[in-house]
Design a binder for this molecule. Structure first.
Ligand code: UTP
Length: 306
């Protein structure tokens, strides 16, 4: 058991080996984690989040058709030389930042057998320490310090910590759902007493869904090795966490109420691009002006424009 006061998490694991079927055909040749959110791949926001939270050692779990991800985090000397020659310092800094933000390592998953199986590939990299998992298609707004709070909860209580979002009962069957009890740490920190992956709505223990941030105890690896394929024939991280709870290991939840975008979902992806671009200094003013005009011409009830 990881006792309170055990070493703090220092490493981040980002699984990016999924097939991205919701975004086909774009994801036939481009990993969904590299789809641009304004002018940066979704994945760059996530690596930057890990580094900001004090986790500069990052392992990406990749798969076939994901070589472009390794290229993105590599240097491109010819491009850098060309930008330098042109004196384009802004773009040169942007190109550098993707390689400098963190120390990025790679391991292959071989076959997309589920998120739990992807996390298991990180066992040698992680060793016997708690570690963070950030899903490669889930962006948390940088003003919302979710991962920092989760790391603090893990450092205080030990065990594992998962991020939760109230998605409403009508949507809970698309997520991992949890049963929780209150703690004395305030309304947004709960004790997790049960987990189930994508339950039918009438069997869901609550409307709290697991979203793409975890701080896990290393004991999860030994559980994952014994976890049989579950929902969808995949080895589910949710099932391994349920086993940890059954064994009496502490699992806490941090209930998030900030801004989050699931960029693997087409509608959420579009919202992320519009919202993040509209808040930027360079693109924001003209985009907001255009949006006002565009929205004023839309029918109010969501019907298609004539
Ligand atoms: P998702 O379920 O959102 O990814 O997994 P997916 O399977 O690629 O998406 P769809 O449903 O087919 O559109 C969440 C994260 O876990 C990774 C994905 O890359 C994504 O970042 N993942 C999932 C793996 O690394 N390996 C897997 O076997 C499954």
């Amino acid at each position: 058991m990881t006792s309170p006061g055990a070493r703090h998490a220092r490493k981040a694991v980002i699984p990016v080996a999924g097939m991205g079927t919701r975004f086909l055909p774009a994801t036939k040749a481009i990993p969904k984690e590299l789809l641009p959110v304004v002018d940066r791949p979704a994945l760059e926001y996530i690596v930057a989040e890990a580094a900001r939270a004090g986790l500069p050692e990052v392992l990406m779990v990749t798969g076939r058709n994901k070589a472009a991800i390794e290229d993105f985090f590599d240097r491109v000397p010819e491009l850098e030389a060309a930008l330098e020659k042109k004196g384009d310092d802004g773009r040169l800094a942007a190109v550098h930042s993707s390689t400098e933000v963190a120390q990025v390592h790679f391991v292959r998953q071989g076959e997309a057998k589920g998120l739990g199986h992807a996390v298991l590939q990180a066992a040698a990299f992680v060793g016997q320490e708690p570690f963070a998992v950030l899903l490669g298609d889930d962006i948390i707004d940088e003003r919302d310090l979710l991962l920092e709070q989760m790391l603090a909860v893990q450092a205080e209580h030990g065990g594992s910590v998962i991020a939760l979002l109230d998605v409403g009962m009508e949507n809970i069957d698309k997520y991992g759902a949890v049963a929780v009890e209150p703690t004395s740490d305030g309304r947004d920190v709960v004790a997790v007493t049960g987990l189930v992956e994508k339950p039918p709505v009438d069997e869901a223990p609550s409307s709290l869904a697991i979203i793409g941030r975890y701080v896990l105890a290393p004991e999860v690896f030994e559980v994952l090795r014994e976890t049989a394929p579950g929902r969808g024939g995949e080895i589910q991280l949710t099932d391994a966490l349920a086993t940890l709870v059954e064994r009496g290991e502490p699992v806490h939840g941090v209930v998030f109420s900030g801004r989050r975008y699931d960029t693997g979902d087409r509608l959420d992806y579009l919202k992320a691009v519009v919202q993040l671009a509209s808040e930027r200094d360079d693109l924001g003013p003209p985009l907001r002006a255009w949006l006002h005009e565009f929205v004023s011409q839309l029918p109010r009830d969501g019907a298609s424009p004539s």
